[in-house]
Design a protein around this ligand. Structure first.
Ligand code: BT5
Length: 343
């Protein structure tokens, strides 16, 4: 496990990206103040780690392809913000990026630290559930945040992040997903993404939040059918589009950074309307299985704090802070049929 991507290697890749026609070793050396031998050494190392760099006598070095990996060297060129991703950690395989990020946060990791893995061997959902995390096709990332808000407000970050995931999918998959309170993102009949927000708090303030995001990008429908015991999909399975994973991560972190900053400045109110615009449960007859048993009613929407509001059978309003939602009015918009949705 490392932070991946030396600074010089990253600078060379950036130069090569900027000059798709090729750039001479002498120019690289001049710009980065390296000897030709040092340039050659870095290029060789990049090649060994999967970068296809073609060398021609006339044009110098040309970047032919970038490895499909989520290391710092691959992700950094796609970052647009200043906060999220300023520290990037990457691993080929890890038990859970959330567990890893929590460890880093306890050891003092700065706000905005992002942890990525190609594969998780013990990816986690809520309440001890698992997250199917096959290697090399999806996104598994966790972000360390240190918002100065009371602990009770931390769950709002799940909704903030849900909007960012939905906006990123809408932009890169060309189709608008739906949000199911509190932490599911749904696309064409299945769950495409799940969020797991975990917190360490002191008496009356959050010490840190680890925001975990799993998104199925290029997993096949078949793999998801075998790996998940509930309706699941990926962007590829739902739309036929292959998504470049590093570009997706960059876009997602940018979308999230903007919303996170607005949330810190203006509170949850600014997020609420956008969240509602993606909601697939508002107006539906639903059941919520929560810590205090099951509650039924018609979903009215989320309130100013992000709690789910239901109108109960007797017309009374119910306020739900946690639970699993399923639609019971005979039509589940994400499953295309009757009954309970997964997640
Ligand atoms: C979630 O929990 O949806 C939160 C998932 C968070 C995963 C990310 S990946 C990066 C970070 N590191 C982690 O270890 N976790 C986070 P929940 O609402 O409890 O839903 C879990 C349920 O979703 C499972 O019981 C399955 O039914 C279903 N599921 C599992 N893997 C899935 C997948 N890859 N795609 C769609 N659905 C899945």
């Amino acid at each position: 496990m490392n932070q991946g991507g030396g600074k010089t290697a990253m600078a060379i890749v950036e130069l090569l990206r900027r000059e798709p026609g090729g750039v001479s070793g002498a120019t690289i050396g001049r710009e980065l103040q390296l000897t030709r031998a040092a340039v050659w050494k870095h290029v060789s190392r990049l090649r060994r780690s999967g970068y296809e760099i073609v060398g021609t006598p006339s044009r110098g070095y040309r970047l032919a392809s970038v490895p499909d990996r989520l290391g710092a060297t691959e992700v950094r060129p796609h970052l647009t913000g200043e906060l999220l991703g300023r520290e990037l950690y990457w691993a080929e395989t890890v038990d859970s990026t959330n567990t890893w990020a929590r460890r880093l946060a306890r050891a003092g990791a700065v706000e905005g630290t992002v942890v990525l893995a190609e594969e998780q061997t013990a990816g986690r959902g809520r309440l001890g559930r698992g997250w199917f995390s096959p290697p090399g096709v999806n996104v598994y990332l966790s972000i360390v945040l240190r918002p100065s808000v009371p602990p009770a407000r931390a769950p709002q970050l799940t909704l903030v992040a849900g909007c960012a995931v939905a906006a990123t999918i809408a932009a890169l998959a060309g189709t608008r997903p739906a949000l199911k309170w509190p932490n599911d993102v749904l696309l064409a009949g299945g769950k495409v993404s799940g969020l797991l927000t975990e917190m360490d708090s002191e008496a009356d303030r959050v010490a840190f939040v680890v925001l975990g995001i799993g998104v199925n990008l290029n997993a096949s429908a078949q793999a998801l059918r075998h790996g998940v015991g509930a309706p699941a999909t990926s962007i590829l399975a739902a739309t036929g589009r292959v998504v470049e994973r590093a570009a997706f991560v960059g876009r997602l972190l940018g979308e999230l950074e903007g919303r996170y900053r607005r949330y810190l400045a203006d509170g949850f109110a600014g997020v609420r309307e956008e969240w509602e615009s993606y909601s697939c449960v508002t107006g539906r007859e639903i059941a919520v299985a929560g810590p205090d048993g099951e509650r039924r009613g018609r979903a009215v929407g989320i309130d100013a704090d992000g709690a789910l509001m239901l109108r109960g059978p007797g017309g009374e309003m119910l306020r739900v802070l946690a639970g699993d939602v399923s639609v019971v009015d005979g039509y589940a918009p994400w499953s295309g049929g009757v009954g309970k949705a997964g997640g």
